[in-house]
Write a protein that binds this ligand. Sequence first.
Ligand SMILES: [Zn+2]
Length: 277
Amino acid sequence: MIACVAFIYVRFSFGEDCWSKNACIDTSLCAAKGGTSQPKLCKGSNNIQCCSCANCMEATLCKSQGGIPSTGICPGTSTNQCCDKAYTSVPINDKTPVNRMLTDLAEILRGAGLSVIESEGWQTRGHSVMTSVKSIICHHTNGPATGDFPSLRIVRDGRKDLVGPLSQLGLGRSGTWYIIAAGRSYHAGTTIDDSVFGNPNAIGIEAEAVGVPLTNSGHEYWPEVQYQSYIRGVKALQAAYGVPASRVLGHKEAAAPVGRKPDPNFSMDEFRAALAK
Ligand SMILES: [Zn+2]
């Protein structure tokens, strides 16, 4: 009862304000972070609303429970983050492929106006068919510093300890897409939920980058043409296969245990917010 009175008093005395000025953000960004927007609590245009999260917790705890933590919409220290487990509730839909090769990959990306190079034999390449496409995982190659997609051979044929293909798709520095395989590819490893993010259920995209320095913010180490093509291509794949943004993860988010992988070195929150636009 005392807490209740105090709550009313705080609301009353500070008037129609968001709980934090920093939580006044674009509604689509809020949704991408797993938050809920409330109108009329923030100054500015109508799309800037008060974002709050009903599921704040320590980021490490969130990840250990298979959730995706996002910064900026929870009170307290920066490690107290909004834990979005939205991906768990997404149903299979009528666009979801079932036990087939993804022989439509080139057509999907070309249809989005993207430049596409088909690696010979891609339509039959893969470690068996895809069980499904429930998710898309974004990687970077850790490859050489020059060339458009110098990692093509490794991604297609594999390396000593792992036979290729290592992903279905590659993305060059110029924004050109490389179609490598239509079937299951070894890119994800152990994940936070293999029924959604494991290789049988996830499309892998290896984007060419040296991969350093490691960062979780912005996308300053990526050529803009490549970054914009990354967004456009993923959007096209999402539309074709019915994959929501909550199931577009960076390898660093999908990999288990937490911290096993650092790629890609850009902000996945920013990337997912761009997918929503
Ligand atoms: Zn990776």
